[in-house]
Write a protein that binds this ligand. Sequence first.
Ligand code: C5P
Length: 231
Amino acid sequence: MKQTPIIALDFATKDEVMTFLAKFDTPLFVKIGMELFYQTGPALLEEIKQQGHDIFLDLKLHDIPNTVGKAMEGLGRLNVDLVNVHAAGGSVMMQRAVEGLRSTNPDTKIIAVTQLTSTTEDQLHHEQKIDMSMEEAVCHYAKLAQTSGLDGVVCSPLEAAAITEHCGPSFLKVTPGVRPANADVNDQKRVTTPEQARQLGSTHIVVGRPITQSSDPVASYHQITESWLGE
Ligand code: C5P
């Protein structure tokens, strides 16, 4: 997988995606989420791959182990670089996800969502009835994902250091909630700069609107890449 920032392609149509990608003359790492995938299906992925880009297919699977295992078998055939599941589905579901994926693809990495960053500590305690801090809950799920055979987690950069302590530096920490200094934070609550994310132990950053909604997406991408890679 490329080390460059993962660009969240949160566009409504394939045309918008293709127009955006045409601005770049270097291979990118992009994230396709469920809004777009449910409309365009695998055909879009094929076209993006053909242009040399890496793909994080962010579908966050969460179902009974058999269903997730079979679904992952199918996702393995799409030859994307990174896929994910919800850790809340449990260790058996995660193990079956890995087995399903590996049965059709030896290379695709698989990570888990621990707690969504939209979940508040109050919801954790009163809706999910989890009686520990958010950081403890996230680290617990990260460890469960690791022992279930997954390659890493999606998390906030602010959780990356604690996860590294629990799961080691090579366990992937793919982190959204990243903004260049002085940029609009949009609806993200707890943000860091690309440089801070690197210092905190993120292995990959996900950046959407600061690039996709920029008046000069290519310049914004290069500026964020430099800050992230420390060049
Ligand atoms: O535009 P922005 O940089 O905020 O986009 C971040 C991307 O990462 C979006 O696609 C968002 O859905 C996703 N994401 C997130 N927080 C998570 C998981 C995914 O912001 N915990």
